[in-house]
Design a binder for this molecule. Structure first.
Ligand code: ATP
Length: 248
């Protein structure tokens, strides 16, 4: 479904992604794990195409030179040079790190903004689904985004991404800064979204442990390189992975 081959990203001379190839098949959940600065967000920006916009903006501002190499295919079509808005339209939707919701708009308004690509019927149906999978948002419909807790904001950010009718949802560090209980709630909802909406999901996180139970396949990034990959079972049974990422 989504396949990136030999991705290289340089910020000036700094190599942020070093020859990374990742793949997410239909109806899979794929994990991207790695410490701070490993390259998770850079990979998400490359997959969603936002990297092309960042590169353009930097160039116009006379800022740093960003180089992106590699091939990205979605449903067997080369989308390497497709701009992010058209990738979103074709079904690749990024839910960015740090949520980026509209603080002064209500929960309902935030969700409706996300539905700009949807037909009226799709928007209505998706909204009902979001309020069902995240019942807290139903109770908070009229509250402004800025007054939500971190976990509620994350639910809203995922909800807003769902309104864009993704086929491939990219979740960049959705658990950052949240309590273990909230993390568990979000992971359960993520799994439900994959099963009930048949959406493929790539999820990046610093800590593998809370996400691991729902991934089909995962990649482990270190300093911009994929140092390990495998199915959940393969990685779970790998003593190096256990020691480094699960502390056992
Ligand atoms: P985190 O968990 O902290 O979000 P990450 O795994 O998402 O980390 P990236 O944000 O992709 O990592 O960063 C990878 C590397 O690229 C880091 O060393 C970072 O400092 C660098 N980097 C990211 N964005 C830029 C930029 N615009 N200009 C220069 N260097 C950058």
């Amino acid at each position: 479904m989504l396949k990136a081959t030999q991705m290289m990203v340089f910020y000036e001379n700094m190599l942020a992604l070093n020859n990374i190839s990742v793949q997410c098949d239909e109806n899979q959940i794929v994990g991207i794990f790695g410490a701070n600065s490993a390259g998770k967000s850079t990979l998400m920006y490359a997959l969603s195409g936002i990297m092309l916009d960042i590169r353009k903006k930097e160039k116009m501002a006379g800022g740093e030179r960003i180089t992106v190499n590699g091939e990205i295919r979605f449903n067997n079509k080369d989308i390497s040079n497709l701009k992010p808005s058209l990738r979103a339209k074709s079904g690749i939707v990024l839910c960015p790190e740090r949520r980026r919701i509209f603080d002064e708009s209500t929960v309902l308004e935030n969700l409706k903004i996300g539905g700009y690509l949807a037909t009226k019927a799709q928007a209505r149906e998706t909204l009902a689904y979001i309020l069902d999978v995240f019942p807290s948002l139903d109770r908070l419909k009229d509250r402004v985004g800025g007054f939500l807790s971190g976990g509620e904001q994350q639910m809203l950010a995922i909800g807003r991404a769902l309104m864009a009718q993704p086929k491939m949802l990219l979740l960049d560090e959705p658990l950052m800064g949240l309590s273990p209980l909230m993390q568990a709630t979000l992971i359960k909802a993520t799994k439900a979204i994959q099963v009930e909406k048949k959406i493929s999901i790539i999820i990046s996180e610093q800590y593998a442990r809370p996400v691991f139970p729902i991934v089909d396949y995962a990649y482990i990034l270190e300093n911009g390189s994929a140092v390990m990959e495998g199915t959940r079972e393969e990685l779970m049974n790998n003593p190096d992975v256990k020691a480094a990422y699960f502390g056992v």
